[in-house]
Design a binder for this molecule. Sequence first.
Ligand code: GN1
Ligand code: MG
Length: 360
Amino acid sequence: MNDSSPSAEHLQAIFARFVPEAREAVFERLHGGHINLTYAVTAPGAGRYILQAVNRNVFRDAENLMENVLRVSEHLGRKYAALPDADRARSYLHFLRTADGASGCGDAFGYWRVYHYIDGVETRLTATTTAEAHAAAAAFGRFQAMLSDMPGPRLVETIPQFHDTRNRFAKLEAAVAADPLHRAAGAADTLAGLRDLRESALELQCAFEAGKIPERIVHNDAKYSNILLDSRDNHAVCIIDLDTCMPGLSLHDFGDLVRSMVCPAPEDEPDVSRVRVNPAMYAALCEGFLSTASGMLNPVERKLLRAGAVSMTSEVAVRFFTDYLEGDHYFHTAYPGHNLVRAKSQLALARSILDELPAE
Ligand code: GN1
Ligand code: MG
């Protein structure tokens, strides 16, 4: 992978593979995600697009990833086509192929792909009202329900063991043992806090391993900022970032929603005293998710909502902390120690979910 940024000429050459008629396009870097390189493209006379390089350090098999993404978005397209009042052009992502029919093209920056820009929307890192929480959770529940009858072979696991929480804790212990940058001693409290969460964090995975809850097609990165919201009335327009859409547990998505919406502070809030759950937001998330997913969920899944939230929040705290110990190779960081700040904040949130929300 190339750590520098591509030149405008390079971007233009890549973009022309998808939209050959576009000349003198303008590329604006978007900084929302932690993994991929993303640009908004304005191509005079040829429309607006998103151009994105999938990070091959994270997604080793970008070609198969794109096969997943295309299957999922085309299935959603068929579902929305059957809904009479759907806002079809904005409800799912429309990907372009290259002039020679490929799903993308690779170079030192990653595997490039292009999709249509969706107008009149914005994303938010955090939510403030229970109505927003209800709507976001209903959108992800609907997303899963729509994918529950997707035909064809099992989706490829774009990152093997992505939400294998037990393995994430094992990797944490390996990083502590190796401690290449001697960072563990300076963060002993965080490490102890994470270890305390392990058993609760594994409850969801244990239920799956015991055969009590099924594998489903899920988004696997269901944070609030992965929903495009209508700029006028905030309704959920489209779910984006389908890179990890693959087999998983329904409550992985519900858990990520809780993680990203149940507290008004962002995931990298440095003042952990501000990181507390808001029970009214949690109630709205449960209600919203069940309003669209409940027909699909089994009784055990319906009882593991809080366990899903504990699991996903603890897991991401463990992942941020592991990356900190290993030298910040995985998540993009904005300043030294950013991953440690994220780990502490998500640890505080997991603790608050466990201590302050009722188990079903
Ligand atoms: C990463 O890149 P982004 O922001 O979509 C990560 C998620 C984490 C999230 C934390 C492929 O998502 O798993 O929950 O950061 N994605 C990957 O904000 O690892
Ligand atoms: Mg993502």
